[in-house]
Design a protein around this ligand. Structure first.
Ligand SMILES: [Fe+2]
Length: 247
């Protein structure tokens, strides 16, 4: 399995405080079946501002430690960017996920839907694929309630019949809309979506778990991450239930 989002590097953000914590987190991830971990410390103006070279050096040094300790994990560099006004300037010297143009980005509280649209569009126009971190934890991205989704589905089915398409399957209806226009926009823009494993195990509470399950039912996620910050979180984040398509 691949962990696409992890704060395992020591001393760069609010994740692992020191190398001992990093090693404990690595051991827990390996024991849970992970083989590859993207190290994604925050880049957040005024809070966490480690330079890209510090991240790369941190990956290299921690990888050496893992090798010496016999912990079978491959580490790759990345960052967790913040979708704000500082993002595009920061991406002039990007640190994407491994050897790709995919950029992990979290949507901060307080941002408007219009800003999310504009900044994500600008990212794509600059040649990056936004990988939206834990969309289930963002209120702007909550899908419609079941009743509203059913209404949209029924309307969609009627439109399809009037257009001569006949009866449509549930999968076809769900693929039309998530019931949230902003989520639809991001998906249609080509964004990827990374779910947090802890969201499914209830680590963030019932509401987040329910949103995560709804987004999973709609087939939104294409990858998952632990978003581990401390060794103590591992037991509650890496336990079941876990999405069947986590790999
Ligand atoms: Fe994170």
């Amino acid at each position: 399995m691949i962990d696409w989002h992890c704060h395992i590097l020591p001393g760069l953000d609010d994740g692992a405080a020191d190398r001992a914590q990093s090693l404990a987190m690595a051991a827990a991830l390996a024991a849970a079946g992970f083989s590859t971990v993207y190290c994604t410390p925050h880049l957040m103006r005024g809070c966490y501002e480690a330079a890209n070279d510090q991240v790369r050096r941190g990956v290299s040094e921690l990888q050496q430690c893992l090798n010496q300790e016999g912990i079978p994990l491959k580490l790759l560099a990345g960052r967790e960017y913040c979708l704000d006004e500082y993002l595009l300037p920061a991406l002039e010297d990007p640190l994407p996920l491994g050897d790709s143009r995919q950029v992990l980005v979290e949507i901060p509280p307080g941002i408007t839907a219009d800003m999310v649209r504009r900044l994500s569009y600008d990212m794509v126009r600059a040649g990056f694929t936004p990988v939206i971190a834990h969309p289930e934890r963002c209120h702007l991205l909550e899908p419609a309630t079941d009743r509203r989704a059913e209404g949209r589905g029924l309307l969609g089915a009627l439109k399809g019949m009037l257009a001569g398409k006949g009866r449509r399957t549930m999968d076809e209806r769900l693929s039309d809309t998530t019931g949230n226009p902003l989520l639809d926009y991001l998906r249609d823009l080509g964004c990827s979506f990374q779910g947090n494993l802890g969201s499914f195990s209830g680590f963030y509470g019932r509401q987040v778990r329910s949103v995560a399950e709804a987004l999973h039912e709609r087939g939104l996620y294409d990858r998952y991450g632990s978003d581990l910050h401390t060794p103590e979180q591992a037991a509650r984040v890496l336990c079941s239930p876990r999405p069947a398509d986590a790999k």
